[in-house]
Design a protein around this ligand. Structure first.
Ligand code: ZN
Length: 231
């Protein structure tokens, strides 16, 4: 079960190590994500309000899908990545990942669990292995779908065996024969399938995210999907 905070209004302020260090070095840094609460900072308040609205929209959608017989729901949170969440800040103790990613997702996860639904969790952003581990052990999705930058056979080491890994061929670039030639699709597929079989982790071979549709490249995209699924 989730160990991240479940109440969005009661996040404790973490020791502000980064800010103190930056101040000592004479740097002018913004305090976002350094343990300040919404009561203390307008920027944090804005982020938390936006997240609350987003969470309400997600729960409303989930409720409607459950009413219509859904048995599993896919939650996609690719913005929870190392572009928006600084690995340096996280290593130094910032709690942004817990506050803004695990917290809201844990509440959604609990809602689905209480309703008896499976969670399929998707994140095709650039991730730290620790993020992958926490998505797995905190959210406990039935299926974890990751982007093509991840080596799934390595991630398998931090993902419990009862969570199916899904992915992760680079389908966003299938439209381009220069960026992703057919032979490269074949090579990447073989490179993925062999170690996944070897490590024995439950795995569904598939896309990293959407199979990006580009009308004028429809034929080459279809051919690459065919090659990907043939193996
Ligand atoms: Zn995606």
């Amino acid at each position: 079960m989730c160990s991240a905070p479940l109440e969005s209004t009661e996040f404790p302020a973490a020791p502000d190590r980064i800010q103190v260090e930056a101040h000592r070095n004479g740097a002018d840094v913004k305090p976002y994500g350094r343990g300040l609460t919404a009561d203390q900072d307008e920027g944090v308040l804005l982020v938390e309000r936006c997240l609350q609205l987003a969470e309400a929209a997600v729960l409303r959608s989930a409720r409607a899908q459950i009413e219509h017989g859904a048995r599993a729901i896919i939650v996609c949170d690719p913005a929870a990545n190392t572009v928006y969440l600084s690995p340096r800040q996280m290593r130094a103790g910032a709690d942004t990942f817990e506050r803004y990613v695990l917290g809201p997702n844990c509440r959604v996860c609990k809602f689905l669990e209480d309703a008896g639904l499976d969670l399929i969790f998707h994140n095709c952003g650039e991730l730290l292995t620790e993020m992958v581990r926490q998505f797995a052990v905190e959210l406990r999705p039935a299926v974890l779908s990751l982007g093509s930058s991840r080596k799934l056979w390595e991630d398998a080491a931090v993902v419990p065996k009862d969570i199916v890994l899904y992915g992760n061929l680079p389908t966003k670039t299938f439209y381009s024969d220069s960026a992703m030639p057919l032979m490269e699709v074949q090579r990447r597929t073989e490179e993925l399938v062999a170690p996944m079989r070897e490590c024995g982790h439950p795995h569904i071979l598939g896309s990293e995210c959407d199979v990006l549709h580009v009308p004028e490249a429809a034929a080459t995209i279809r051919e690459k999907v065919r090659v990907m699924l043939r193996i």
